[in-house]
Structure formats: C-alpha cells, structure tokens
Design a protein around this ligand. Structure first.
Ligand SMILES: Nc1nc2c(ncn2[C@@H]2O[C@H](COP(=O)(O)OP(=O)(O)OP(=O)(O)O)[C@@H](O)[C@H]2O)c(=O)[nH]1
Ligand SMILES: [Mg+2]
Length: 432
C-alpha cells in the first residue's frame, strides 16, 4: 500500500460525540466494533455531546483536555474519532494531544485495505486512500512549512509539494486505467451470464448481518465469515442448483454501513453493479440486533443511491437462534408472495423455507408450460428453439405440435411481439 497503516493491536482511545442532528449521529458500539475489526485495541472511550462540531478541534477545549489526560494515562498510540474530521482538525488535535489521530473515514479505509483480496478490490481501496490522503498531504505540507519558519524554505517546500502532488495524480491516473480494464472483464462475465439466462441472487445487508454465513450454508462453500465488520470486501460468486428454477448464481457482497465514506461508495460502485443487476436481492438482517430498524433503513438508502431499489427483494431475518421462541417462518404479502423469511444461517433452521421462498419468487418470472402449436406456427416454434426454451416436443395425428417450453416470461413476450402474435392466445399475461 502507498501509505503506512497502523500496526495491529495499537492502544486506541475512541472519541464519540452524540450529535443532536440525527443525520450525523453514529453509534459508540459500532465504533468499538470498527476499531476491533481494524485490529486496534480500544482501551477507553471519551463520550460527549455537541450541537455541532467546533471548527478548530471538532471537540470543545474541555473535551480536548480530557482527551490529553486519557492519552497520557493510557499511553495511547492512536485516537480514533467516530466522525469525519477535516484535515486541519485532525492535525490540530494531533498537535495538542501529541498522538496520532484517525477519523471514521480513515478507520474504514484501513479495514478495507486489510480485507481487499482481489486485484480489483485492492485497486479500489488504494484509489480511495490516495484520494482521501491527497487533501491531507497538501495541507500537511503547508503546516510543515510553517513549522520550519518559512520564508527561505518556501520555494523548495512548494517544489516538493508540487512533485508529490504530481506523483499522486500520476498514480491515481494509473489506477483509474487499470480499474477500467478489470471492469471491462467483469462486464463481459456479467453479459454472458445474462445471455445464459441464469438468474442472479445477491446477498446484501448491513455489515455483520450474516451474509457470508448464509452464503456458505447455501453453497457449502467456505467463505470467510467472522465477527468483525467488513469481513467480506470482494464479491464472491457461486453457482447453485435450485429445485424448480435450475441453476442460479449466488453472490456474497460487501456489507453496508452508515456514512460509508463517499469516495469509497464511488469506487465500489462498479462492484455493486452486481447487486443492481440481480434478479432477486436477499436482504440479510440481524433480527436480534437492537439497531435492526436503523440498519434496514440504511441498507435501503444505499440501495436507492445505487439505483437498485426497483430490484425485487426478499428480506431474510437471520440469527433467530438467539431469539427464544422465534420459529422459522415465511411472511407473505396480501397476494401471498413471500416477502420475509425468518431463519438462522448458523444453526440451519429455516434454510429450507428460504429456498422455497426463493423458488416461489423466481418461478413467478418463468413460463413453464406445454404449448399446442398448429403447423402454421412454425416461426414461433423456430424462435422457441433458438431461445433454447424447448424441453420436449411431440407431434400428434393431426400434425399439431405439443411443446414443453421453459423460459423467462419476458422473453416469451418479446418473441410474441416480434412475430406480431397476441399474448392471450398463449395464456401468458404481463405480471409486472
Ligand atoms: N447466532 C448466530 N450468529 C450468526 C448467524 N449467522 C451469522 N452469525 C455470526 O455473525 C457474525 C457475522 O457473520 P458473517 O457471515 O461474517 O456476516 P457478513 O454479513 O458476511 O459480514 P460482512 O462480510 O462483515 O459484511 C459471525 O460471527 C457469524 O458467526 C446466526 O444465524 N446466528
Ligand atoms: Mg461477509
């Protein structure tokens, strides 16, 4: 990686400010989990309340004094804020407390840097890191110049700054073009899957909800699942066989979190494309989590942001083994369509119900029937064969053909309209 990251097990003091403004509110428990996931050793937490951040240090001077004492007392190596600090704020605090400061964005970037496994994932994280650091680098230099006392050193300082900026820009450009290449490959894979009509199921949800555990349970795979945030960073695809549907692709994806750094969302957008294009989203929810509703809302917000809010979705209320008396079950809407499944990915109870619900949701989109065609309907017959939709064909004494066909409803509609044939006659109706 381009920039140094903290070593594991660093003694960390956490700083959490309760904000009156709900939209910037974070949870102290989540900060602790994030710190642990980064490999830090959180030894104390400083909690306060603020109407809005103070511009110079983000926290007030009273809190700053408390923080200085805590750092000295615990011999802390890093202080982690549960908020985004401006580069100047981070530097001001660092100078006052004589300890390295990391903000929420820096912390999440660090976790991502540790977790990225694939070529694409690593490039994306490095890009986000570089862009995050570039603003800091610039201001950091200004600060250094001032420390040096300035005037005579101004020239060389600026030259150095220019060089570093140029290096950064060049590196960012290189990564952009490499990512472009990887994305083209990914795009090709996606297209060929679409051509092959294989439905894709994407597991989405808040980080630590149990997506990877469920993925492993369904596919018998061995994907890394752990009690840490962002255990999964790169999407993992596996082929699964579903009873009535046939082959399908199951995708495990990166977990969502509140206030994911903007740059990071952007750089992972291509990866999330997988999600947008899914046939069905499985929104995995830790049903036992006290912040369940907040997490659901957050995930729905991100889905809307990336334009995936129109994709059919099935909620999976996971971890019912922790909820005494909660039986596995399927919830349905007024039309009887499954909308939610209660299960435990860890114990396996309710997995059969999930598969049943998935089958129901997917077969809704599939036309699987025997069509009786007269000899005059040879064109339709040819198109169905071209689509690979014909499973069986028999011809009776009158020369009528009985075709057992199976294809996406929308594809049959397309064929019929191309041939100018009415849909009713073939007992197909628009379901969307
Ligand atoms: N009790 C219980 N724990 C579960 C269940 N499913 C998952 N877990 C635990 O929850 C933690 C997170 O599981 P993961 O499968 O890694 O979660 P994830 O959604 O993939 O998380 P990220 O990849 O970090 O987004 C692990 O410690 C799992 O063992 C469940 O049904 N019951
Ligand atoms: Mg995971």
């Amino acid at each position: 990686m381009f920039f140094e990251r903290p070593e594991s097990g660093e003694r960390a003091i956490l700083v959490h400010m309760d904000m009156y403004d709900e939209s910037v509110q974070e949870s102290p428990r989540e900060l602790e989990e994030l710190a642990l996931s980064a490999g830090a050793d959180p030894i104390d937490i400083l909690i306060g309340t603020r109407h809005r951040p103070v511009s110079k240090y983000f926290i007030g001077t009273g809190k700053l004094d408390e923080l200085r004492t805590l750092v000295a007392e615990h011999k802390a190596e890093v202080v982690i804020f549960n908020h985004s600090l401006s580069p100047a704020q981070a530097r001001n605090v660092e100078r006052e407390i004589q300890c390295r400061v990391l903000d929420r964005t820096g912390l999440i970037l660090d976790i991502f840097a540790q977790r990225a496994r694939t070529h694409e994932g690593k490039l994306q994280v490095e890009l986000a890191q570089l862009e995050y650091m570039s603003t800091r680098l610039v201001r950091g230099w200004t600060h250094l110049e001032r420390q040096k006392g300035g005037i005579g050193l101004r020239g060389p300082g600026e030259t150095q700054l220019e060089t570093d900026r140029r290096l950064l820009r060049a590196r960012i450009k290189t990564i952009h073009s490499r990512l472009e290449k990887v994305r083209k490959q990914r795009e090709q894979g996606r297209r060929s899957r679409q051509r092959a009509e294989v439905p894709t199921l994407s597991l989405v949800g808040y980080t630590n909800a149990g997506k990877s555990t469920l993925f492993n349970r369904i596919t018998d795979a061995d994907v890394y699942a752990a009690d840490q945030l962002f255990a999964t960073l790169d999407p993992t695809l596996r082929k699964v066989e579903l009873a009535d549907v046939g082959p399908a692709i199951l995708a495990d994806t990166v977990g969502f979190i509140r206030h994911l750094p903007h740059k990071l969302v952007e750089s992972f957008r291509a990866t999330l494309q997988e999600t947008i294009d899914a046939t069905l989203l499985l929104h995995v929810i830790d049903a036992f989590d006290e912040e369940r509703q907040g997490h659901i809302t957050e995930v729905e917000n991100v889905l809307r942001e990336i334009g995936a809010d129109e994709v059919p979705l099935l909620q999976v209320y996971n971890k019912i083994d922790q909820m005494p008396g909660q039986q596995p079950r399927i919830d349905r809407n007024d039309e009887g369509v499954p909308t939610r499944v209660w299960l435990s990915a860890a114990s396996g109870e309710g997995i059969d119900l999930l598969l049943q619900a998935i089958n129901e949701r997917l077969t809704d989109d599939i036309f699987h029937e025997t069509m009786n065609l007269s000899p005059r309907e040879g064109q339709l017959r040819a198109q169905l064969y071209a689509q690979g939709a014909v499973l069986q064909e028999t011809v009776d004494d009158q020369g009528a053909m009985h075709l057992e066909v199976r294809l996406q409803r929308k594809d049959l509609l397309q064929i019929l309209s191309r041939l100018g044939l009415p849909t009713e006659q073939y007992r197909i109706h628009e379901i969307y």
